[in-house]
Design a protein around this ligand. Structure first.
Ligand code: NAP
Ligand code: MG
Length: 505
């Protein structure tokens, strides 16, 4: 992490920023075809940061046609993989050089704490891009075991024009998770960031152009889900859509595909992720600190948040005591103040939704272990409700706020049953000193990632995505992410002496 500055220093940087506001298509910033704009707001203050181009299907058509031109003439798709790697690595250098400005812009636009932007979002953006750039010239295709009378080649080709539709909770990181493997594979892209958080994606597109990415390869079209996301999902000339967001919107992309050109769809969706703590868990302070991180990090606006604590009765009271202590480390306030670990909720609408769960929890008579308060219509205190039943709304619905539901169980078997009693299956954690039980739990839980004695999502080397209604069609991160931006092609070469009209059996 770069050394943190003071609040005053961050404010000075913020005051000097001139955020980009036009969409970025075919290598240039452009106003929307309609001339319309929308306000991009700093959720912590309500200040308008920029009037951003409000695009519609005309802009989408234009961007897709430019992405298609770029793909077909091979300016990127047919570039030697090493040359693609060099350009993407140059982009990493430029992001690094501009990392402070990007961190401040990300914090202002999304309400995320500057500490996280500096120590997680920017470094992870660079790491993700570097990893996939390095992969570009290090993966090999295959030949099939077809005997000596033929050669069966199995080659990967870039899938073509990729549409990406992004959420607001990790604007830069979700951009990296999509663009790094897609660009490394040679695809062209049309990306729609979330309306609340379009600014850093636009700046990245500008830096990519400076790094030498040919025009038309990376297009950012700003605007709403209905005006930009839907036309992209239904476009007849988009080959694949990668989406991260809610399960409700994810379903729509499957319909868009079915109603248009059967484009490939990959969905990363919501979660209601269990943290299981068994009676024999060791180092309760570490467990409590991990449970807090799982529930409260990024204001709980995290699809893999551990929002259900499934705890065995013998250890519950001791654990809740330690959670109370560790929750004090999660100070809430001005996102630009480096002493805060939690910033603002993304917008007033989402704040109200999370606040309504706090009210419902109090009315339902749950034990309020901590929190339950809100401030300034913007900030939500980390909150823990005890005595929740897994069938309750509080334990089934994704709140997307810093709210932890505590569910008490008597046995390992009950813990596993309850962990799996959810429509989601994105991530899970299990805390136990018994190695065999830990591995049995990892096998038994139906989720894309299971962590043992810690909370996390793995890293760039491991696939990330969901079982059940948490995902569809593929995985982000790791070499498997590369797979989803490529098509498999078979090339069969006949070597036999007696081939008739090219056909052998
Ligand atoms: P969202 O409402 O589904 O929005 C995601 C994106 O879809 C936004 O860009 C949005 O545009 C767009 N969209 C909305 N309606 C659309 C439509 N009818 N057609 C096409 N596009 C449409 O989700 P969100 O509120 O931004 O993000 C929070 C959700 O994302 C949570 O449920 C969370 O669990 C999930 N998430 C999942 C992962 C994962 O990897 N599994 C990661 C992060 C977040 P607008 O700009 O108009 O909103
Ligand atoms: Mg914003």
């Amino acid at each position: 992490m770069s050394d943190l500055l003071t609040l005053e220093e961050y404010k000075a940087i913020a005051a000097d920023l001139a955020p980009p506001s036009m969409s970025f298509i075919d290598g240039s910033f452009r106003p929307s075809v309609s001339g319309n704009t929308f306000e991009s707001v700093n959720p912590a203050t309500g200040d308008v940061l920029a009037h951003v181009a409000s695009c519609n299907s005309d802009d989408v058509d234009f961007a897709v046609s430019k992405a298609r031109d770029a793909f077909e003439d091979g300016r990127w798709s047919k570039l030697h993989p090493t040359e693609r790697k060099v350009v993407l690595r140059k982009l990493c250098t430029l992001v690094k050089r501009n990392s402070r400005e990007l961190a401040v812009l990300e914090s202002l636009d999304s309400g995320k704490p500057i500490v996280d932007c500096e120590s997680i979002d920017i470094p992870e953006f660079i790491h993700t891009l570097t990893w996939h750039a390095e992969l570009a010239d290090k993966i090999y295709d295959q030949t099939a075991p077809v005997g000596s009378d033929a050669i069966g080649m199995v080659v990967r080709e870039p899938v073509g024009v990729v549409g990406a539709v992004l959420p607001w909770n990790f604007p830069l990181l979700m951009l990296a998770w999509k663009m790094a493997p897609a660009l490394a594979a040679g695809c062209s892209m049309v990306i729609k960031p979330a309306m609340q958080t379009s600014l850093t994606a636009l700046r990245i597109a500008e830096l990519a152009s400076d790094a030498g990415l040919p025009r038309g390869v990376l297009n950012i079209v700003t605007g709403s889900g209905s005006e930009v996301g839907e036309p992209l999902g239904k476009h007849m000339d988009v080959d694949m859509v990668a989406f991260t967001g809610s399960t409700t919107t994810g379903r729509r992309f499957l319909r868009y595909s079915a109603d248009s050109n059967l484009k490939t769809v990959v969905l990363e969706l919501g979660g209601k992720n269990p943290c299981i703590v068994l009676d024999d868990a060791e180092e309760l302070d570490k467990v409590a600190s991990q449970v807090c991180a799982a529930a409260f990090w990024n204001m709980g606006e995290n699809c893999s948040a551990g929002s259900r604590l499934i705890v065995q009765s013998g250890i519950k009271d001791a654990l809740l005591e330690r959670i109370k202590v560790h929750s004090r480390e999660w100070k809430v306030g001005d996102p630009l103040d480096p002493s805060n670990q939690l910033g603002a909720m993304i917008d007033r609408g989402h704040f109200s939704k999370v606040a309504s769960y706090l009210e419902e929890g109090k009315e339902a008579g749950y034990g309020l272990v901590l929190g339950g308060e809100t401030r300034d219509g913007v900030f939500i205190q980390p909150t823990v409700f005890d005595g929740v039943l897994n069938s309750d709304k509080m334990a089934q619905e994704e709140i997307f706020g810093p709210v932890l539901s505590v569910i008490t169980v008597e046995s390992y078997e009950e813990a596993i049953r309850i962990a799996n009693d959810s429509e989601y299956g994105l991530a899970a954690s299990v805390f136990t000193a018994n190695g065999k039980k830990a591995l049995r739990a990892a096998q038994a839980i139906r989720a894309g990632t299971v962590t043992v004695n810690c909370f996390g999502e793995g890293d760039i080397t491991t696939p990330f995505g969901g079982y059940k209604q948490s995902g569809f069609g593929g995985r982000d991160n790791s070499i498997h992410a590369h797979d989803q931006y490529t098509e498999l092609k078979t090339i069969w070469v006949d070597l036999s002496d007696d081939a008739v009209d090219g056909y052998t059996d």
